[in-house]
Write a protein that binds this ligand. Structure first.
Ligand code: NAD
Length: 258
């Protein structure tokens, strides 16, 4: 049980982050949500999944270090600190490198990589002082292998796999573990945009475009689900996983076995 612990999940108003927040809530953890768009719906969903827990929200823009600092101060003040940090906020942009908008490059590096540096450096002292902590970095199969036209995303995700290893070594003799999770295709708004682009470019139906997307990379031909990722996060937070350190765990339907 994670009763009495507080989990901060960045980018959790949607998709994978919300799935992980729901799984951690069901284990009894208090949850702090973060992300853009409507926050009341996700807050109500998490509260309903786990009566009795506390649910908070902070709207920090993860591309802005000062806002991340304000969010971490909010978690410390309102919840007594962050015991489980899930660095999940992320964006995608698809374009060949010589046509890649420099502003999109900077945004992807800031949100998908540097934000995890800031939350981690701010959360670690409290975790170490309390003798227990979990940092889960939501990387991607693109932290392990590449795809064309995703240079910024692949660079950021390889970067977060490296950050995971370095911080795992720095905390290796403590009760704090640091690991990454590497999903393959998950049908969230981030991926639906890529399905839509494929459907429009090739004149395909939504269903045909989804099938093609999977067939190209994911041998199981099934999407990974936010629920499956949530249950892996629960395992990595358990005592059984207390000596799993610096790993990047793929949940990718066989993508990186090829
Ligand atoms: P999503 O678009 O459904 O959710 C992204 C979340 O991040 C949203 O809550 C959004 O509001 C938030 N967000 C975006 N920019 C932000 C910012 N600047 N500050 C704060 N919050 C911000 O996407 P998702 O598919 O659930 O992706 C979540 C993570 O999982 C990302 O890091 C993504 O790279 C990773 N991932 C996704 C897939 C997939 O197939 N969907 C695969 C591998 C890895």
């Amino acid at each position: 049980s994670l009763k009495g612990k507080t989990a901060l999940v960045t980018g959790s108003t949607s998709g994978i982050g919300l799935g992980i927040a729901l799984s951690l809530a069901r284990q009894g953890a208090n949850i702090v949500l973060n992300g853009f768009g409507d926050a009341e719906g996700p807050k109500a969903e998490v509260s309903a999944a786990a009566p009795g827990i506390r649910v908070g929200y902070h709207g920090a823009d993860m591309s802005k270090p000062a806002e991340i600092e304000a969010m971490m101060a909010y978690v410390a003040q309102e919840f007594g600190g962050c015991d489980i940090l899930v660095n999940n906020a992320g964006i995608q942009h698809v374009a060949p490198v010589d046509q890649f908008p420099t502003e999109r490059w900077d945004a992807i590096i800031a949100i998908n990589l540097s934000s995890a540096f800031h939350t981690t450096r701010l959360a670690l002292p409290g975790m170490k002082a309390r003798g227990w902590g979990r940092v889960l970095n939501i990387a991607s199969v693109h932290g392990l292998v590449a795809s064309a036209e995703k240079s910024a995303y692949v660079a950021a995700k390889h970067g977060i796999v490296g950050l995971t290893k370095a911080v795992a070594l720095e905390t290796a003799t403590t009760g704090v573990t640091v690991n990454a999770i590497c999903p393959g295709w998950v049908l969230t708004p981030l991926v639906q945009k890529q399905v839509d682009a494929r459907a429009a470019a090739a004149g395909l139906s939504n269903e045909e475009a989804k099938k093609q997307l999977l067939a190209e990379k994911q041998p199981s031909l099934q999407f990974t689900t936010p629920e499956q990722l949530g249950e892996l996060a629960v395992f990595l937070c358990s005592e059984a996983a207390s000596n799993v350190r610096g790993q990047s765990w793929a949940l990718d339907g066989g993508w990186t076995a090829q």
